[in-house]
Design a protein around this ligand. Structure first.
Ligand code: RAM
Length: 952
């Protein structure tokens, strides 16, 4: 199963439309049809925004097609909509080309309203197209007062066992109810402090996992809404829930590892449930069944469950049909009601819920010593396994999880550190066998070591269940080079494993925190693979909720106190600017800018104060944080770029992004202000950090022997590094002439380093883009295609199927060379090359926000790669760019969505030979030829599919 946006490819839609729906009696003359209607980025969602934002895409067979006006109508029933009685909102014909981020502007929304809407568009000649099909959105509970449900719990903390891992069993809750008469509609609103699974009449509700998601539970908690009309019936019904510690009360991060005084219960110690089932009867009556002390509670088979530590399940303690009516709950007690926190918000989950992405069959099962069996699922991923076993009552299966094997074939678990990551199942002895999947834990793994099987298990004893935030697939990339294709798949798997409610650093060890540096370094890359708009809409709230008292953004968000000295760091904190900017730029989302503007302004002020009004961070400006100077170019190879130099570049970059964002929300004075700050920083940076020739220089002695700085600080510091030049170029911190010089020094530094990269987390994302930007695409390709350490290819040839934390996390024939505790095999930071793969190799760059305009400027490799094909489903529709080199012919296919404009740079040494669909460009009115420059013929055009060829 794949998450693909529910957009039908254009041509199919067009054909269907023309064949089945077009009827001359309709007053429709244009073939412009809106499709993929979404509200707050989602098809037919439940939302709680007062003014939900609407979007659509357009299809048309006409080249260069545009929308000149649109009309939206919204009604409270499909019948009213069909009768053209838009009782909620009729936008009337509104001129403009915008098709997304359009705020609902009708009657004020009230809780529970279901809105039915349609849109139609007028084409470039002013003719209206047909109405779209109907989409819906539903309003959630807009006021706290809509909640009748209490927070209920069952304090089992006294039953927690063990000194190292103290985990109580998971409480079960149940309630029976008699529903009076015929039911028209039923909704379940449900949340928990901790994790929950809800059941109605013996059936699990919904497909979501790890609900309600991680937030700063002191400030807000999200809830889910399920249409359960089909799950309830007139007469007796039973509601049930299992609740677990989760992020609320479970173990988090490396707190245990580093001996933090608090290791769990960061937000509370008893997990709580809050749920209400709202029934609308056909006769107009309403009824609400809400959690209160009358709900019965007990604990049973889930002996312990923890995200990091695993789950233990004793099937002998199962209750049977506990969530069906008629279950004898005489031994269950009443629930305890817990007070609400007045300041805690309760809101609709804005992200994409975690769901099952795919199941993985075991590739091999290998018997091991001591009766153990090793299962290989063939892919490193985040998720759980489904166990199928036949045995005797009381037999115990113990599952350990690992990403890699030692060269001797034993499972490697050292890199999990204090994440115990063990699942245990105690059999009830069912003759037909028994099946179990844990509910409240997940692991990062490829291999499972199972003990306790009495007879040899087959491969179907263990099935991998891949879990991920269900971000719809947005892009694809394929070349004729298998190594690069593998690299791309590894990037995708790593994103899938780590976009898990929050952008985690890794899914396996005792960390799984949303490290802000990793998030900002990778976000742009992520946009090309999946639609991450809802995912980041959620996480940006976490990030801003975690903004520190001094206005610095934290190291990770949510930010429980897992280590007292974890405060902030340059390169990490800037996530608070870079991430909203990227969401704005990618999706045209100005709401995120408005929403967090005061926080971002406060952060820029913090940065300014920190520079003591000098607009440059001189050496040792960040000695007060831990590690000294912050994380800097984390995990770089060789000399370390001084953190203060990098911090200054980031400061300038943020000021420029602020200027652009201010403009986008109509704050022109602020835009000018931040532009001026940017220029001041640039000047101060150049004054302090460059010598007469323009080379970067730093007072390296200021850092002593690196004591107190990050581990790589011991290799010494230098400003004349790949990372420094790459970032200065990427962040536009240099004059044009200086920029070219910097590009040349960058190339020199790579050559001096045996043609190898030396960058860490911060340097890497900028490295290839900076080479390309200064005319060194050939060097960029050389690094991309290298298979020597350190390189992406080195990971691939050493067997990687995900992106590793370190280039040499594992070497074939040698094993694990590194620090075993900090050696993740599923860490997306080095996957930030995806930005270059799509942006340069395939050549796709956003212009006006939301890809309303964009450029396609593919960089043709001189060797190693002969074709690159990328697709990207933007908020304005599907974009495609595919180039191929065959002898002297270069072909370039581009797909430009309706209502967008592209500037395509056709690579050619001979512009006179350029043809489109085998015809001269001159003869094609859809294409505007601009100029020939730097080996590219620039052309501009609107929507359509274009096939260019040129002779070289
Ligand atoms: C590591 C994390 C993360 C990084 C920080 C500095 O432990 O895994 O990737 O951002 O430290």
């Amino acid at each position: 199963m794949k998450f693909v946006q529910p957009t039908t490819p254009y041509l199919i839609v067009i054909t269907l439309f023309v064949t089945f729906f077009y009827h001359p009696s309709l007053a429709v003359t244009a073939d412009l049809k809106p499709v993929n209607l979404r509200t707050e980025y989602k098809p037919n969602p439940v939302v709680d925004a007062a003014k939900p934002r609407l979007s659509w895409e357009l299809t048309s067979a006409v080249r260069g097609q545009l929308q000149t006006a649109y009309q939206i109508r919204v009604a409270s029933s499909p019948e009213l909509l069909a009768a053209d009685k838009a009782d909620l909102w009729n936008s009337a014909k509104t001129s403009g080309s915008v098709t997304n981020q359009i705020e609902y502007a009708g009657k004020p929304m009230t809780s529970r309203t279901v809105c039915f809407w349609q849109v139609r568009s007028w084409d470039k000649t002013g003719q209206p197209g047909p109405w779209s099909s109907t989409a819906t959105w539903e309003m959630g509970l807009l006021n706290k007062a809509d909640w009748k449900a209490d927070w209920i719990g069952n304090d089992l903390t006294a039953l927690g066992k063990g000194n190292v891992y103290h985990l109580p069993p998971a409480p079960f809750f149940r309630k029976e109810t008699q529903l009076k008469t015929a039911i028209k509609r039923a909704r379940l609103y449900v949340t928990s402090l901790g994790l929950y699974e809800f059941q109605i009449n013996g059936k699990r509700v919904g497909k979501d996992h790890f609900t309600p998601g991680w937030t700063d539970y002191n400030k807000r908690v999200y809830y889910q809404t399920y249409d359960v009309t089909a799950d309830v019936k007139t007469g007796k019904n039973a509601l049930g829930a299992i609740v677990s510690e989760g992020w609320y009360a479970g173990y988090l991060g490396y707190a245990l590892l580093i001996g933090n005084p608090v290791v769990k219960n960061f937000y509370g110690d008893v997990p709580l449930l809050k749920a209400q089932l709202e029934i609308d009867y056909v006769n107009g009556e309403k009824e609400t069944i809400a959690t209160d002390q009358s709900w019965k509670t007990s604990h049973g088979p889930v002996l312990e469950a923890d995200i990091l530590n695993g789950e233990t399940y004793n099937a002998n303690l199962e209750f049977g049909d506990w969530s069906k009516p008629g279950f004898a709950d005489v031994n269950w007690k009443n629930s305890t009601v817990y007070p609400d926190k007045a300041e805690r918000k309760i809101e609709v989950y804005p992200g994409n819920q975690i769901q099952v992405f795919q199941e993985l069959k075991a590739k091999t099962v290998t018997p091991k010593a001591d009766g153990k069996y090793l299962f290989d699922l063939g892919q490193n991923f985040a998720g759980v396994v489904r166990l199928h076993v036949k045995g005797n009552k009381g037999d115990t299966i113990r599952l350990r999880f690992g990403e890699m094997l030692f060269p001797n074939g034993a499972i490697m678990t050292e890199n999990l550190r204090k994440a115990r990551a063990i699942d245990t199942y105690i059999l009830k002895g069912n003759k037909e066998g028994e099946t179990w999947t844990p509910k409240f834990t997940y692991h990062g793994f490829q291999y499972v070591e199972a003990s306790g099987f009495k007879t040899a298990p087959g491969p179907d004893a263990i099935t991998g269940i891949v879990l991920t935030s269900a971000t719809p697939q947005a892009g694809s990339l394929e070349t004729d080079n298998p190594m690069i294709n593998k690299l791309y798949q590894n990037i995708v798997w790593t994103q899938r494993s780590n976009y898990f409610d929050i952008p985690t650093d890794c899914p396996q060890r005792d960390e799984r925190l949303a490290w802000t540096g990793d998030a900002q370094a990778y976000i742009k890359s992520a946009t090309f693979n999946n639609d991450i708009a809802p995912f980041f809409t959620k996480w940006l709230v976490d990030l801003n909720d975690a903004q520190r008292a001094n206005h610095a953004y934290p190291l990770y968000a949510p930010a429980p106190n897992v280590r007292k000295t974890d405060t902030y760091s340059p390169g990490w904190s800037e996530s608070g600017i870079v991430c909203p900017y990227t969401i704005y730029k990618t999706y045209g989302d100005t709401r995120v800018i408005r929403q967090f503007w005061p926080n971002m302004v406060a952060y820029l002020k913090f940065m300014e104060d920190k520079s003591k009004g000098e607009y440059v961070y001189k050496e040792r400006s960040f000695e007060d944080i831990s590690p000294k100077g912050g994380y800097g170019d984390w995990l770089s190879v060789g000399k370390k770029t001084p953190p203060d130099l990098l911090a200054t570049l980031y400061y300038g970059y943020c000021a420029s992004l602020m200027s652009e964002m201010a403009k986008a929300i109509g704050k022109s004075e602020e835009s000018v202000y931040y532009e001026a700050i940017f220029n001041k920083i640039k000047q101060a940076f150049l004054n302090h950090y460059t010598d007469k020739t323009g080379q970067f220089k730093t007072d390296n002695a200021a850092y002593g022997d690196g004591e107190g700085y990050v581990i790589e600080g011991k290799s010494g510091f230098d400003g004349h590094t790949q990372t420094a030049y790459a970032n200065a170029i990427y962040m536009h911190m240099l004059t044009p002439e200086h920029r070219q010089k910097a590009g040349n020094w960058l190339v020199d530094l790579i050559r001096e380093n045996d043609n190898k990269l030396a960058t860490g987390f911060l340097g890497l994302k900028a490295l290839l883009p900076a080479l390309s930007a200064t005319g060194h695409a050939k060097e960029a390709y050389r690094l991309l295609l290298s298979t020597e350490y350190p390189s992406w290819g080195f990971e691939v040839i050493n067997g990687a199927n995900t992106i590793w934390e370190r280039w040499n996390s594992y070497i074939k024939g040698k094993g694990f060379e590194n620090n075993s505790g900090m050696n993740s095999f599923n860490h997306y930071a080095f996957g930030s090359v995806n930005e270059w793969l799509f942006g340069n190799a395939a050549g796709l760059r956003v212009g006006e926000a939301g890809y309303k305009t964009f450029t396609i400027r593919p960089e043709i490799a001189t060797e190693g790669i002969g074709s690159v094909k990328a697709t990207y489903h933007s908020i304005n529709g599907l974009i495609e760019t595919a180039w191929k080199k065959e002898g002297a012919t270069i072909s370039l296919k581009t797909t430009i969505p309706v209502n967008t404009t592209a500037t395509v740079f056709i690579p050619t040494t001979n512009p006179a030979t350029v043809l489109e669909s085998a015809k001269a460009l001159k003869t094609n009115p859809a294409i505007r030829v601009k100029e020939y420059k730097d080996g590219y013929l620039h052309v501009e055009m609107g929507s359509g599919i274009y096939q260019f060829t040129s002779q070289n």
